[in-house]
Design a protein around this ligand. Sequence first.
Ligand SMILES: Cc1cc2nc3c(=O)[nH]c(=O)nc-3n(C[C@H](O)[C@H](O)[C@H](O)COP(=O)(O)O)c2cc1C
Length: 388
Amino acid sequence: MSKAKIAINNKYPSVTDLRNKAKKKIPKFAFEYLDGGCNEDVNLIKNTSDIRKVELSPSYLSKHTGSDMKTELFGHTYDAPFGIAPVGLQGLMWPNAPEILAKAAFEHNVPFVLSTVSTSSIERISEITEGQAWFQLYHPTENRLRDDMINRAAQAECPVLVILSDVPTFGFRPRDIRNGLAMPPKMSVKNILQILGKPEWAMKTLFHGQPNFETLKPYMPKNLDLKQLGKFMDQTFTGRLNEEKIKPIRDMWKGKLVLKGVASEMDTEKAIRLGIDGIIVSNHGGRQLDAGESTIRPLTRIAEKYSDQIKVMMDSGLRSGPDIARTMASGAEFTFLGRSFMYGVAALGNEGGNHTISLLKTELQQVMEQVCCENTKDFPNHLIKKIN
Ligand SMILES: Cc1cc2nc3c(=O)[nH]c(=O)nc-3n(C[C@H](O)[C@H](O)[C@H](O)COP(=O)(O)O)c2cc1C
């Protein structure tokens, strides 16, 4: 049950407003890391514009007894059919961002997924969410590290482990290359000037201390610049997942296992064969394969064929309640958003998690009542135009 009250700051009644505010509040290198796609941003732009081609049909004269967006997933009834996707380096965009979002997600009873490369540890996030946060594992090269992180996630009582298939190589992101993005941020003259222009971000970052990969801390050397970090990540994580690597994880992990980054029927069939409980149809928010499909396209095909065999969820491109409704109508049983929540926190700090979740819940409730959809499973009955 939700402990949170819906609270919307009337100055920011859309994710676009939050994005605009975030752009003003944080240094350019941090904003561009969050906001950008890869290569020419084709996939990034298509993700949202294709979702918006989906249309819903209202049934105004139907008997309507009320709309309830509570959605059951893996034995837990969440208050809404959306969650917070894993995002790396969150503390670079706003100090404490993972803790702010995990707390808001917990209070609103929606899932928060912690990335292996976020800036809070599994243990801290588990404490904040009373063991309800999910953990996303980047596949380590060494089995010892893999086993250690899986054991830590189990000890922290994470109900769901998410493994990632869509980062076999680092995405080609021109903005990050231009900005010389590093962790902690490199003190080039350009970056110092950007930081000086954002005094609130600078003061908060100074107060909280430099963001660090807290979950990975036990395994990594200190103060790596971009080149060294790239080398450490390359050596420590293989990225490229395959069936042989998934099998031992399935054997070890007793909780629910989700494969994120599925974009084809072939990978869905493999996931089913491997005994995976759910997939997130995702293209990493358009950050990896600029020549790829937008996610709503494979989602529609995959949901139609496989939703009786595996939980089919989706992320990439959603920015509003109507986007969540369109995605659910196209067959997703649950959705995730990445950038939207980070825009919220970068724009509004501590208030950002609560505000963004409240905004999406309010928008979604409005769509449900408008089309006369009584529960989230009913969305496909209101679909008039799907994308194919
Ligand atoms: C800045 C940034 C960092 C990300 N880092 C990770 C990560 O560490 N692990 C992961 O599984 N996905 C990561 N993702 C992908 C998100 O989990 C999610 O798939 C994506 O943001 C969804 O698209 P949206 O931002 O359009 O909602 C990242 C996305 C962004 C924008």
